[in-house]
Write a protein that binds this ligand. Structure first.
Ligand code: ADP
Length: 489
């Protein structure tokens, strides 16, 4: 594109026609109960909360809030299922059930995608092309392992752990449920899962799939509620394994509560990933990767590339191209197929992001926000970047979980690495260069669990995911994901 055409593309006032995904095929009930022992049951204390569509602030459904007694019922159902049916089934039979879940998710993919976008605010393009296909892919992948565990751990006696308590966040609701349920079931465990309070709907739809797939009652139980429901699950004495994905603060609480117990736990926590862009990188490709890494999905990704470290000689060019690209990003209706950036997941999360925008400016950073319009109702944040920030700034150090990028420069490879590693987190990172040797040096030097080279935010069920330092303990995905749900002798 020469200068004139590029200017034209950004200056003209044209817009895409709306292309909303149809919602006719989707059923959302007014009220959802807890899924315990293969049935939907009312919560003992009769408490409910609302799940809200963050794009218009309307109530989507009333959701049961599980108290301690309900969590206890769910754990008992899971224990019974573990002892009487699931651990006694032939592994190949377990595999068949998991394949069935995968196939039904695939068949109902459009329905799942729309509900994910309604409940969580993410663009339909993302839920349709990433969340739901990957969720099905995880069930397919782990179904395949169910009767091959002795090949996954050659020479070992492999046994299930028992009952797994699993707590998931709101950024990839169905996908996180799949990450956790699929390997647990493949290894012969039973499950009590607690979805996040702002995005419970696809997990409850998954409960319907699990019931319809004929899994023995109690193999998977789903208890909805907020942090106190999660805490009741974590503190339950009959849980053998805890798997948590969420904030580092809650992860720390869980770690402390488990000290001195025999419960095994894995924690997938926060991140503050750096994308390191060298002057020999394909710049346009890198800019697209940076945009994908932090702006798509509203930055609601724990492995989001929320920091950009760009080599000084190309910094001006990269930042200008980023700003130009940010101007073209469409913020708005999550169900519109043109939308790049959907709604922020909740009012509380928007407030947190906005407090960081203020803080970044108070700290002396220069803030740039795309100028496009956002809808009046709902929770929205325009793509934002900060320049003129340094290592000690909180917008550089802390996880914001919004479409906010902190930009810093470096001169030498070592300086880039040092800056990238100088955070309490170590979940992911990215490197952009055309030199293979440099990719290997940076990948070796980065203290992060997942590193992408000349791409970003790519996932596959066969590859492990997990972090160093305050980003967590243990891995999910691939063989590592099985390891978290077995005992080996
Ligand atoms: P986020 O900031 O992403 O919402 P949280 O860590 O608060 O992260 O939430 C992740 C999950 O942990 C949610 O399902 C939430 O309800 C649950 N949760 C929150 N507090 C606790 C707690 N004290 N113990 C167990 N689970 C909790």
């Amino acid at each position: 594109m020469d200068d004139t055409t590029s200017k034209l593309a950004f200056d003209t006032d044209w817009q895409y026609d709306p292309a909303p995904e149809s919602t006719d095929h989707v059923r959302v009930d007014d009220q959802y109960e807890l899924f315990i022992g293969g049935e939907f049951v009312a919560p003992k204390e009769g408490r409910y909360f609302d799940s809200i569509n963050p794009a218009n602030e309307q109530v989507l459904a009333r959701i049961a809030s599980a108290g301690k007694d309900d969590v206890d019922r769910a754990v008992k159902a899971a224990r019974k299922a573990y002892e009487t049916s699931w651990s006694k089934l032939k592994p190949a039979e377990r595999g068949k059930y998991i394949y069935r879940i995968a196939r039904v998710i695939q068949e109902r993919a459009r329905e799942f995608s729309v509900i994910e976008s309604l409940d969580g605010g993410k663009p339909i393009r993302e839920s349709r092309d990433i969340d739901i296909p990957l969720a099905a892919a995880h069930f397919f992948y782990y179904a395949g392992w169910a009767d091959k565990l002795e090949y996954a751990f050659p020479g070992k006696q492999v046994a299930a752990l028992g009952v797994a308590g699993q707590i998931i966040p709101w950024n990839f609701p169905l996908l996180m449920a799949a990450w956790k349920i699929a390997p647990a079931l493949a290894c012969g465990n039973t499950v009590v899962l607690k979805p996040a309070e702002t995005t419970p709907l696809t997990a409850l739809k998954l409960a319907e799939v699990i019931r319809d797939a004929g899994l023995p009652p109690g193999v998977v139980n789903i208890v909805t509620g907020a942090g106190d429901t999660g805490a009741a699950l974590v503190d339950h004495p009959d849980i053998d394994k805890i798997a948590f994905t969420g904030s580092t603060a809650v992860g720390r609480l869980i770690q402390n509560s488990q000290a001195g117990t025999s419960t095994i736990y894995t924690l997938e926590l926060g991140g503050k990933a750096a994308n390191i862009v060298f002057d020999d990188a394909a710049i346009d490709q890198a800019v697209e990767g940076i945009v994908n890494g932090i702006f798509f999905n509203q930055g609601h990704v724990c492995c989001a590339g929320s920091r950009l470290l760009v080599q000084e000689s190309v910094a001006d060019e990269v930042v200008q191209k980023l700003k130009d690209r940010m101007e073209t990003l469409i913020v708005g209706d999550p169900l519109d197929k043109n939308t790049d950036i959907g709604a922020i997941n909740s009012a509380a999360q928007l407030e947190k992001i906005e407090s960081y925008l203020q803080l970044g400016q108070d700290e002396g950073g220069e803030m740039y926000q795309a100028s496009g319009s956002v809808p009046e109702r709902g929770y929205w944040c325009r793509p934002t970047l900060f320049t003129g920030v340094s290592q000690s700034n909180r917008v550089v150090q802390e996880e914001i979980f919004g479409p906010v990028l902190a930009v810093q420069t470096f001169r030498t490879e070592q300086e880039g690495l040092d800056k990238a590693n100088n955070t309490p987190y170590g979940l992911s990172g990215g490197v952009w260069t055309d030199k293979g040797a440099k990719i290997f040096r940076i990948a070796q030097g980065l203290r992060a669990g997942v590193i992408w080279a000349n791409t970003f935010n790519k996932f596959d069920p066969a590859s492990p995911f997990g972090g160093y330092k305050e980003s967590g303990v243990g891995h999910e995905g691939g063989l590592h994901g099985l390891d978290a749900y077995v005992s080996l002798a």
